[in-house]
Design a protein around this ligand. Structure first.
Ligand code: GDP
Ligand code: MG
Length: 689
């Protein structure tokens, strides 16, 4: 046996028909070569044949039968295909393999099997069985081509092969899983074409015999357990046609072929063969992958589970479609990635994202929904999840940016708000918060995609925390400002009355001072509390502010008292008191000393009375010790280390030490003495005049 002529270097043959017609639809393709390899070019041929984008709108027919029974001849006549036909005169063997060629009449893929007749040659039943199995599994209509005289030969080789193929097929198909019903796509039409039909036996007898044979074959199959009750008719519909002898009755043969062709092309006919229930529901662009998968399973002699095969195909194609769709999706989302990354809030981002999603899913649905429904749905969920995931960074970025921008706006709003005349700090903060929250929520809702588990509550809570922190910080500043203002007012109210009281020393002097201190302190605290209420200050803040206020008022008082008890001031005060007594009479008229006057007695009295006032300054001593104020705590910023005096009960009320008193007394006496001498002198001079 000489090896069959091989086609291209890859071992695959592709040929064009000899009729010089439309090349794209004429070329035939060796789908499986003699080395049992599946072509890589099926999809590109489908494209070339204008079938790739036909979706479900295409059909597959293949042929089964012994060698040299005129199969290729029949296909070429029926479909205008260009399969090799054995040349009778040369008995030349055609190229082995499975061939595919598009029909000239409709979107039909026609498959022809070439092989040696294994039974006769004692070889290669393997390929015959495999190719028959492949044809059966991948076709809608299987033409069983046989001579009329073969009919009824149940044990004939042909029917034996058919039995094997059915059996393996049923076992491998696994049909219907745990039910005993096949899935819709598992049904196939078997069209018996009886060749060299003479006509002496009525057609009805022949079809009855063939039907009985098929039922017998079916009954004799060893079926898988779960398919024990499955009937032939749940897997196969049988149909019949007869053709006259091609050589003896060429015209009648042609006529019958044309008639038979109608059954492949005329949908309106009741016996139209490509009924939807036979369609394998594989979109044309998936046929290459699908058929290769079937062939691989046939080769590997694994379970030829068509649904699984369909699922594999669906997975493969859905993944491919997802990839394409995702690429376009990513490309369109690119424009906003950068702005979001650098901190911008992209207006209408949610609408954009929804648009990209709609586009992507629309494309996916259009191309993928034709595949296995379960896989398509699953892959759609996967796609959606991955698209959502790729958008979620935009969502989170937008939220983060919103957060940042809103905190900025809030701060600015407060700064601007407290510049308004007569502003209410509490109101400024509250309005700012509400506005920020509203804007954030509006934008966050806009950018959230339905059907995701995205949430913005967390970011909102964090924004609110930040707004609170900012408000707290601003309020601390505001409170400080307010305490300073109150302190200034209080000082103004405090200092003058204290100065007046101390310039007119008397035993009730301290009562007056402390009363003023108490009044202004209280009004200061009231002023603080009234304002603090609208600021939403905390208890702690109030305590701290009031502590500061009290400490400062006390310190101002102390400072004023220290000024008023400085050497110079005390001496001035004493001097003016002394002069009041010594130089003016009880009616307030300046005295002119006369020789008769007892200057010395007057001097001594004035001096002693004045000196008696000096101890009043030594310490804050109200008429009753209960009038002494409670000492405030020092303000947090006050440095007790360097000067504890004002807040230490043992020193806080003391103004002059005994030594100091003594020295002041000495200095005052000296000044008083000088006044006395001067008075004496003035009297002498007035006498001398
Ligand atoms: P295949 O091997 O089944 O594809 O058969 P071919 O189509 O190659 O034809 C084998 C031989 O049978 C060729 O010599 C054809 O001329 C011949 N042939 C074709 N059709 C008929 C027919 O209807 N009747 C008879 N008797 N011979 C035919
Ligand atoms: Mg042939």
């Amino acid at each position: 046996v000489s090896p069959p002529p091989s086609g291209t270097a890859t071992g695959f043959s592709a040929a064009t028909g000899g009729n010089g017609g439309d090349q794209s639809r004429d070329g035939r393709l060796q789908v499986v070569n003699e080395d049992q390899e599946f072509t890589k070019q099926l999809s590109s041929y489908l494209d070339r044949w204008d079938l790739l984008d036909k979706g479900f709108a295409y059909d597959v027919v293949s042929v089964f039968g012994s060698q040299s029974t005129g199969k290729s001849t029949l296909l070429n006549r029926l479909f205008g295909t260009t399969f090799d036909v054995m040349d009778e005169s040369k008995r030349q063997q055609t190229t082995k393999g499975i061939w595919m060629c598009p029909s000239k009449f409709g979107n039909t893929l026609v498959m022809d099997v070439e092989g040696t007749d294994g039974r006769e040659r004692g070889e290669d039943q393997d390929f015959e069985r495999k190719s028959a199995l492949f044809s059966l599994a991948s076709t809608e209509v299987l033409i069983v081509n046989l001579w009329e005289h073969q009919i009824g030969l149940y044990n004939g080789a042909n029917m034996g092969l058919l039995k094997t193929v059915f059996e393996v097929n049923l076992g491998l198909f696994g049909g219907g899983g745990d039910t005993n019903k096949p899935r819709p796509q598992e049904k196939t039409l078997i069209l018996f074409v009886i060749r060299d039909h003479v006509g002496s036996t009525p057609m009805s007898n022949l079809t009855a015999t063939l039907t009985q044979d098929m039922e017998k074959i079916w009954a004799s199959l060893s079926k898988p357990q779960h398919l024990a009750d499955a009937t032939l008719s749940s897997y196969f519909d049988l149909s019949f046609a007869a053709l006259p002898h091609k050589v003896l009755m060429p015209e009648k043969f042609e006529e019958s072929v044309l008639e038979l062709r109608q059954r492949f092309t005329d949908r309106s006919r009741a016996d139209y063969v490509f009924q939807p229930s036979y369609h394998k529901r594989i979109p044309a662009d998936g046929v290459g992958f699908y058929m290769e998968g079937i062939w691989q399973q046939v080769l590997a002699n694994k379970d030829l589970d068509l649904p699984t095969q369909q699922e594999l195909l669906a997975q493969f194609r859905c993944d491919e479609i997802s990839t394409v769709v995702t690429e376009a999706f990513v490309a369109s989302s690119k424009v906003v990635r950068r702005p979001v990354e650098v901190g911008s809030v992209v207006d209408g981002l949610g609408a954009l994202m929804r648009d990209w999603l709609d586009t992507a899913l629309g494309k996916f649905d259009r191309d993928a929904s034709r595949y296995h429904a379960g896989v398509y749905q699953r892959k759609r969920l996967d796609l959606l999840a991955s698209l959502h995931a790729s958008l979620s960074s935009l969502f989170l970025g937008q939220l983060k940016n919103l957060h940042k921008i809103e905190t900025g706006k809030f701060s600015k709003g407060i700064v601007a708000g407290v510049k308004e005349p007569g502003y209410d700090f509490g109101k400024v903060v509250e309005e700012g918060k509400v506005a920020s929250r509203t804007r954030f929520l509006d934008a966050a809702k806009e950018v959230k995609i339905d059907g995701t588990d995205w949430e913005y509550e967390h970011e909102l809570a964090s924004l609110e925390d930040d707004l609170r922190l900012i408000a707290d910080r601003c309020r601390a500043d505001e409170t400080k400002k307010m305490v300073n203002t109150i302190e200034r007012t209080v000082k103004r109210q405090l200092l003058e009355p204290v100065e007046v009281a101390l310039s007119q020393p008397s035993p009730t002097m301290w009562d007056k001072v402390l009363e003023t201190y108490k009044d202004v302190s209280e009004s200061g605290e009231d002023a603080y509390l009234a304002k603090a209420k609208s600021y939403n200050c905390t208890e702690e803040e109030n305590t701290a502010a009031l502590t500061a206020l009290r400490a400062r008022i006390w310190l101002s008082l102390r400072k004023k008292l220290e000024e008023q008890t400085s050497d110079a001031t005390i001496l001035a005060t004493l001097r003016s008191n002394f002069e009041e007594r010594f130089r003016y009479d009880d009616a307030g008229v300046p005295r002119v000393w006369k020789p008769a006057d007892d200057i010395e007695a007057a001097f001594r009295k004035s001096k002693d009375d004045t000196l008696a006032l000096l101890p009043l300054f030594a310490e804050i001593t109200p008429s009753s010790p209960s009038l002494l104020p409670a000492l405030p705590s020092p303000e947090a910023s006050f440095d007790l280390e360097s000067d504890p005096t004002p807040f230490d009960p043992s020193t806080a009320f003391v103004l002059l030490s005994p030594t100091k008193l003594l020295s002041l007394e000495t200095r005052f006496k000296r000044e008083a003495d000088a006044a006395y001498v001067e008075a004496k002198r003035s009297m002498v001079s007035s006498v001398a005049q």
